[in-house]
Design a protein around this ligand. Structure first.
Ligand code: PLP
Length: 379
């Protein structure tokens, strides 16, 4: 019998305690300077984030959802314009398309839980204007195929890279493949601040200019109002906190990849589970493991069993993919997403976990399936 542990799904207090002194020094300094909105901490963070990603522009915005909405507004969708988006995503992805005046059209996902290019290709109509790939769980889709489809049909790409800061496909960062990408700094994201926050990343000077105007009431540099805009700025104090964390970001990602490697090593042989692709498994992909999302046989029983052993797990989006939210009326079932939603779950994945914690989780999962197969054999 293994000693019992309590493993929360996410440890919010540890985000503060691990960096408390440095963060409080910085926050005190920001407040003492009276530097609350659109000050040097924000502009420095934007420059550092742009440099990290090798893009021309990173623009702080209120949250990751606004990071999708503002670029879509800049693209001036017309009523009836369709944008393809995978069904396995946060409702925010589709909401941004809706609020920008377009129509979200859901497409299926594949075994790695990302957009299925074949399903995207099949969903294109004469009304399709763009594709929003969602770089889910910290992995970047095969962007060669997506970019080819977009080019062939003259579609824009706006990436929902909210979960994928630092993730790469063939060496190129998530969020940099289309005209713009969005990053979220929600506290549980790989680069989380202590509240809401987000950024738009783009290499396109005109897009950058429009987003800068839209996030600040439609105002240009000289204060003239150039368009109907929003108040959607990244808080200066959050930017100061994000600067501290960005310096350590590669270390956080390395730790997440090490945890994923333990899960792979311990659970990779289990036929009852489908694991995400392991770190280093495919040369083209560099995954940052925002989440560790598996598919599991007898998922609900497994979750109950883990809970009884102190291990908390969750289901993304409360267990529903977008086409299952019937009030949104987003269309017909998509076969893989439909089946996956009965089987998917998130195992704990965060930098507060110790190796022993991860081994304990794996011991519990082994314990569940061993007991299950013994029960089946004696039945
Ligand atoms: C976190 C997230 C967003 C944006 O979230 P905000 O809370 O607005 O920062 C968008 N899409 C996906 C897939 C996300 O995980």
């Amino acid at each position: 019998m293994i000693a019992h542990r309590q493993i929360p799904f996410f440890d919010y207090p540890s985000l503060f305690s691990e960096l408390e002194d440095e963060i409080m020094t910085s926050v005190r300094d920001v407040y003492a300077r009276g530097a609350y909105i659109m000050q040097s901490d924000l502009f420095n963070f934007e420059a550092e984030l742009a440099a990290y990603l090798g893009v021309r522009h990173a623009i702080g915005v209120a949250d990751g959802t606004m990071g999708l909405l503002l670029p879509l507004l800049a693209l001036e969708l017309k009523p009836g314009d369709e944008v393809l988006v995978p069904s396995h995503t946060f409702v925010a992805s589709a909401a941004a398309i809706h609020h920008a005046g377009g129509t979200p059209v859901l497409v299926d996902c594949g075994r790695d839980h990302l957009i299925d290019p074949a399903s995207a290709g099949a969903a294109i109509t004469h009304r399709t204007k763009g594709i929003m790939p969602v770089q889910l769980n910290g992995r970047t889709a095969d962007m060669d195929v997506i970019t080819d489809i977009a080019r062939e049909h003259s579609l824009f790409i706006v990436e929902d890279s909210c979960q994928a800061l630092g993730s790469r496909f063939k060496g190129k960062f998530a969020g940099t493949f289309g005209v713009a990408g969005s990053i979220s700094f929600y506290p549980s994201k790989t680069l989380g601040c202590f509240g809401d926050g987000g950024a738009v990343i783009t290499d396109d000077d005109e897009m950058a200019e429009r987003v800068r105007i839209l996030r600040d009431h439609g105002r240009g540099q000289d204060g003239d109002v150039l368009a109907w805009g929003f108040n959607s700025r990244l808080d200066n104090v959050q930017a100061a906190i994000l600067r501290i964390k960005l310096k350590r970001y590669d270390g956080y990602v390395a730790r997440r990849r090490a945890i994923a490697s333990i899960y792979q090593e311990r659970l990779g042989g289990r036929h009852e589970l489908l694991l995400p692709p392991a770190p280093g498994f495919q040369d083209e992909h560099f995954d940052i493991f925002q989440n560790y999302e598996i598919e599991a046989q007898n998922r609900d029983e497994l979750r109950t069993y883990l809970e009884s052993r102190g291990v908390k797990t969750i289901l993304q989006w409360g267990g529903k993919v977008l086409h299952q939210f019937s009030k949104l009326g987003l269309g017909a079932p998509l076969p893989y997403a439909e089946r996956m939603s009965q089987r998917f779950m998130l195992l704990p994945m965060n930098t507060a976990l110790s190796n022993d914690d991860v081994h304990y989780i794996c011991d519990c999962i082994d314990g569940f399936y061993v007991a299950n197969s013994q029960a089946a054999a004696s039945a």
